[in-house]
Ligand binder design. Structure first.
Ligand SMILES: NC(=O)c1ccc[n+]([C@@H]2O[C@H](COP(=O)([O-])OP(=O)(O)OC[C@H]3O[C@@H](n4cnc5c(N)ncnc54)[C@H](O)[C@@H]3O)[C@@H](O)[C@H]2O)c1
Length: 386
């Protein structure tokens, strides 16, 4: 049996993303060193979903956690039996060795922290967005490649079996020629942290990001965009800063043009009353819908937690509800899934080029709204994704 060092294994695992060296990785995956050692930075709200999921993964060992509000890291460390906790990224990177950093901080911090982790030789899984701008995100990917490391960005919507089912329906032509699609996601906005409303925050990187990932994932890369974004509620009261001025869009509408004339529309906002609340439990309506000339289909519930797919292809029969089983998929699984991929040397469905494309769309939506002009998009990703 080949005996690889941990660093060599992870270097080769990263290369395996390009389809290389899978045979040697399989050998390694069978040995005792198959767990990816992870460090989690940002121990706030979403970490309450990540820690339990990662703790249950047989491919993960949570080595350390970090938060600038140190008490939060101390509390998570105690709750999930994490041996090390730190108050600053410098201490985290200089502390107990690990392979993958999971970034769950304020959105505005992601680019800077992800860069620091890559520079220190760590793989990165980042909550959305992976950077503040497309250029910053692309520079992170280039840095990762130059160091033979991997970086991925949330969301993980392409992992759901409902997404897979809808993708297959489109690819097999079951809807006929696809023409149009819609996605919406909103609630009345997070109440705990100001960053959601500050520059670099906004309803697009927090909420619209899911629909944009789903619709581009299903329909292919967008080639151009026209959008309008506004601020409906100029002042908010949040737990960590009291009354604040809203600086980032809390209301957005985007129209995307994909290949073959397909148009999709996304709307998102922080002022949407929804009786199903932030969790979306009990939602029976579709929030994603795709129309073709033979049929249409809708993803019931939110795309990050879908409950089934409603398919209408008959003039006489009522629509059918398909693919109700999530088969274990949950939205907070991204970091666990890519840890498994790193460990086994297999490529996950989630793709960094896709996350970057979504980031370019968000930035271009703001530019379109500010200028009143249609914006052509440069980035692309491998499609179909499945
Ligand atoms: N809360 C959710 O339900 C949810 C769901 C999906 C994704 N997200 C995403 O997760 C990210 C975090 O959101 P949240 O709701 O957990 O926010 P939060 O404010 O609850 O938590 C963020 C934490 O990061 C810490 N932090 C900020 N800057 C830091 C730094 N430089 N170094 C170390 N720690 C730092 C803060 O002290 C805070 O504890 C955002 O990108 C958000 O869009 C949140």
């Amino acid at each position: 049996m080949e005996n690889l060092s941990r660093s060599e294994f992870l270097r080769q695992t990263a290369l395996a993303g390009a389809g290389l060296l899978l045979s040697s990785l399989k050998t390694f995956a069978d040995t005792e060193q198959r767990k990816i050692r992870v460090a989690i930075i940002g121990c706030g709200s979403v970490s309450g979903q990540y820690f339990p999921h990662l703790s249950k993964s047989p491919f993960v060992e949570i080595v350390s956690c970090c938060d600038i509000i140190h008490q939060r890291a101390i509390d998570r460390a105690k709750e999930f039996k994490v041996p090390n906790h730190y108050p600053h990224i410098d201490k985290l990177l200089a502390g107990a060795p690990f392979d993958l950093m999971i970034t769950l901080t304020d959105m505005q911090e992601h680019g800077r922290l992800n860069k620091q982790a890559l520079t220190a030789g760590k793989h990165v899984w980042s909550e959305k967005p992976m950077a503040n701008t497309y250029a910053e995100g692309k520079a992170l990917l280039d840095l990762a490649k130059s160091k033979k490391l991997r970086i991925w960005g949330a969301p993980a919507v392409v992992n759901s079996p409902q997404f897979a089912y809808m993708s297959k329906m489109i690819q097999e032509g079951k809807l006929g020629r696809v023409a149009a699609a819609h996605g919406h996601y909103g609630h009345t906005g997070p109440t705990w942290s100001a960053f959601f409303y500050e520059k670099g925050g906004g309803s697009m990187p927090d909420l619209g990001v899911y629909n944009i990932a789903t619709l581009t994932g299903l329909l292919g890369p967008a080639r151009s965009i026209i959008a309008m974004t506004t601020i409906v509620n100029p002042e908010r009261t949040v737990d960590n800063k009291g009354k604040i001025k809203v600086e980032a869009e809390d209301n957005a509408m985007l129209i995307l043009q994909h290949d073959k004339g397909v148009l999709s529309h996304v709307q998102c906002g922080f002022n949407y009353f929804d009786p199903h609340g932030h969790e979306g439990k009990g939602q029976t309506q579709s929030t994603i819908r795709i129309w073709g000339d033979y049929g249409n289909m809708g993803m019931i519930g939110y795309d990050w937690a879908p409950l089934g797919v409603e398919v209408a292809t008959s003039w006489t029969e009522p629509p059918k509800i398909e693919q109700v089983d999530a088969k274990g998929y949950v939205w907070q699984e991204g970091a666990s899934v890519i840890s498994e991929s790193l460990s086994k040397g297999i490529e996950p469905i989630i793709a960094v080029d896709h996350a970057l494309h979504v980031l370019e769309i968000i930035e271009a939506a703001r530019a379109s709204s500010a200028s009143g002009k249609k914006i052509n998009l440069q980035s692309t990703f491998k499609w179909p994704m499945l």
